[in-house]
Write a protein that binds this ligand. Sequence first.
Ligand code: HEC
Length: 149
Amino acid sequence: MKRNQSKTTVLFAAFCLSLMLCTFASASETPPAEAAQEATEEAKPKLTVSLELGEVTYKHYCTPCHGMKGDGTGFNAGSLLVKPANHTDAKFMSERNDAKLFDTINLGGVEVAKSTLMPPWGATLGDEKIKSVVLYLRELCQCKATKSW
Ligand code: HEC
């Protein structure tokens, strides 16, 4: 019985010591509020509109339907009832100005009276990435807009 009691005391003391050490260790770390701020700043790097960002974004999100070359022949294209647009078609693309392309990507096909099979990307990508993708679309079609919308 006595041995058991002293064992319990030793265990209890060890437990207290580890608690103290933990409290001490966490107190010396960055305060949680600051740490949280650092984390969000890291997770949200400041984006700038660029062709490079557009290309990376396009290749990640758009190629499954529009194809690696942007010609509308992605691996999903065959199973869609409406064919994905061919972004290398200069005539087709020049009939859409940058604002219209932005709206199409941001809000989806349905917002520009096109198929709902073209999804809305606003919530996933945000303005900078969409503007960058528009730059990349102009690179793919090697064309400028000839219409006002
Ligand atoms: C799930 C397949 C799918 C994905 C992924 C997709 N699209 Fe589309 N997209 C379509 C389809 C289908 C159409 C044709 C819609 C129509 O003609 O009604 C289309 C059409 C378009 C058009 C032409 C709309 C017009 O004015 O006629 C643009 C521009 C476009 N997509 C851009 C993009 C961009 C940029 C991405 C990536 C951020 C993307 N799409 C991702 C399926 C997709």
